[in-house]
Design a protein around this ligand. Structure first.
Ligand SMILES: NC(=O)c1ccc[n+]([C@@H]2O[C@H](COP(=O)([O-])OP(=O)(O)OC[C@H]3O[C@@H](n4cnc5c(N)ncnc54)[C@H](O)[C@@H]3O)[C@@H](O)[C@H]2O)c1
Length: 365
C-alpha cells in the first residue's frame, strides 16, 4: 500500500486530499496543528474537521504537529511515497498583520519540507498548493469594462502561467508564497526533486472554515444566511473563479500518480488551478444568487479596496489539460457549490430555511 503525507490535513484542501487519497487506497498520514484557529480565532478553527476524519478513516493516521517540527516530520517523510503540502497561512490581508509568522509558515515551512525530502526521500513526488497571489496585483494592470453585473477583461479571457510575478504589489502572503513556489521549482531544477506547484484561484467547499479574511464565498453565504452586513472591498463588480475542493484533490491526485517532467526533462512545473470561466462569478452575481436561493435580502456596504487585491481573476488551466489529457475537468458547477455551502450553514446553525432556485446559474447561463 502506498502512503502519502498530507500537510494541513484538517484544512479545506488537505481534508479533501485525505478523503481522495484514502478512497484510492493510499495510507494517509495527515499533519496539522490547528494553526488556522490561532491565525483567525475559533470561527476559523479546523480542529473538528480533523476529528471527524480520524473517526471516519480508520486506516489513516492524524498527527497534531507543526510542519516545522523536524523531529516528528523528518521520520515521516523518510517512510512515505508522496507529499502533498497544503498547510499554510492562507490570507493576504492577515499577512499584513503577521508578516514574520506568515513567512515562517509559508516560505520557511515549505523550504524546510523540501530539504527534508531532498535529504531523506528524494525520489517521491512533492505537490505544493501555491496561489494565484504569486502574480501579485499584476491582473489589475489590464483594461476592464463593466458587462452586466461584473467586470470583464478586454484583453484576456483568462490568465495562464505566463503572467508576470514581479513589479507589482503582493502583500507579505504573496511574497512568502512566491518564495515557496520558486523553492519548489528550484529544488526540481537543481536537486532533481519531483515537484509541481498548483496556483489556486478561489478554492471552496463546506469544510472551509470561512472567515472575513479568508474564504470569500464561504463567508458571504454564511453572512447572508445570518443576516449580517457584508463589506464589499473594492466594490461588487470584482470577479473570482471558484473550484470545489474535491476537484482540487482530483487534480493533485492525478499529478501525484503520474508526475510529468517538462520537455527539458525537469520537474517543478507551475500549474494554474481554478474554476475557470465556467465557475467565475462577480461579488454582485454572488449576492444575486444567494438572494435567489435563500429568499433573503443581503445587507452590504461598499468598502475601500484591500491591498494588492485582484480586480478580476479567471484561471487558464490549459497547461494542466495538455499535460493530463485524461483529466475530466471540473465536476462541480457553481450551483452545486452554492447549494452545498448554503445547506452546510443552514445545518450548522440549525436555520429553518429551505433552499430555492437550485439551478439558478444553470438557467441563466
Ligand atoms: N482556499 C483558497 O481559496 C486558496 C486559494 C489559493 C491557494 N490556496 C492555498 O491552498 C492551500 C490550502 O488552503 P486551504 O484553503 O485548505 O487553507 P486552510 O486554512 O483551510 O488549511 C490549511 C491548514 O493548514 C494548517 N496549518 C497552518 N500552518 C500550519 C503549520 N505550521 N503546521 C501544521 N499545520 C498548519 C491549518 O491549521 C489548516 O488546517 C494553502 O497553501 C493556500 O495558500 C488556498
Amino acid at each position: 500500500m502506498k502512503s502519502v503525507l498530507i500537510t494541513g490535513s484538517n484544512g479545506l484542501i488537505g481534508s479533501a486530499c485525505v478523503e481522495k487519497f484514502a478512497s484510492e487506497g493510499w495510507k494517509v498520514i495527515g499533519l496539522d496543528n490547528n494553526m488556522r484557529g490561532q491565525i483567525f480565532g475559533d470561527d476559523g478553527s479546523t480542529k473538528k474537521t480533523g476529528e471527524k476524519l480520524s473517526k471516519k478513516l480508520k486506516n489513516s493516521e492524524f498527527i497534531e504537529c507543526d510542519i516545522r517540527d523536524n523531529k516528528v516530520v523528518e521520520p515521516l517523510i523518510e517512510g512515505v511515497d508522496a507529499v502533498v503540502h497544503c498547510a499554510a497561512q492562507p490570507s493576504h490581508p492577515r499577512s499584513l498583520e503577521i508578516p514574520l509568522e506568515d513567512f515562517q509558515i509559508n516560505a520557511w515551512g515549505t523550504l524546510n519540507l523540501l530539504e527534508m525530502v531532498r535529504k531523506n526521500n528524494p525520489d517521491i513526488p512533492f505537490a505544493f498548493m501555491s496561489t494565484n497571489k504569486v502574480y501579485g496585483d499584476a491582473p489589475n494592470f489590464f483594461r476592464y469594462e463593466v458587462v452586466g453585473r461584473r467586470f470583464e477583461n478586454t484583453q484576456y479571457d483568462s490568465f495562464d502561467e505566463k503572467l508576470q510575478i514581479d513589479h507589482c504589489g503582493h502583500t507579505p502572503f504573496g511574497v512568502s508564497k512566491v518564495a515557496a513556489d520558486l523553492y519548489c521549482q528550484e529544488y526540481a531544477i537543481n536537486y532533481g526533486l519531483k515537484t509541481a506547484t498548483f496556483r489556486g484561484g478561489c478554492l471552496i467547499g463546506s469544510n472551509q472554515k470561512a472567515v472575513e479574511m479568508h474564504g470569500f464565498l464561504g463567508f458571504f453565504t454564511k453572512q447572508i444566511l445570518l443576516k449580517n452586513k457584508l463589506k464589499l472591498y473594492g466594490g461588487g463588480l470584482r470577479v473570482r473563479d471558484n473550484i470545489h475542493s474535491s476537484d482540487v484533490a482530483e487534480v493533485l491526485h492525478t499529478w501525484v500518480c503520474n508526475p510529468r517532467p517538462n520537455q527539458l526533462g525537469k520537474y517543478g512545473t507551475a500549474y494554474n488551478l481554478g474554476g475557470m470561466r465556467e465557475n467565475s462569478v462577480s461579488i454582485f452575481e454572488t449576492i444575486d444568487a444567494c438572494e435567489a436561493k435563500t429568499g433573503f435580502k443581503a445587507i452590504w456596504e461598499e468598502a475601500p479596496e484591500r491591498e494588492s487585491d485582484h480586480i478580476w481573476w479567471i484561471s487558464d488551466m490549459s497547461r494542466f489539460k495538455k499535460d493530463y489529457p485524461l483529466w475530466k475537468g471540473l465536476t462541480k458547477d457553481l450551483d452545486y457549490i452554492f447549494n452545498e455551502l448554503l445547506q452546510n450553514w443552514i445545518d450548522v446553525f440549525g436555520l429553518k430555511v429551505k433552499l430555492k432556485e437550485k439551478d439558478y446559474f444553470r438557467k441563466i447561463r
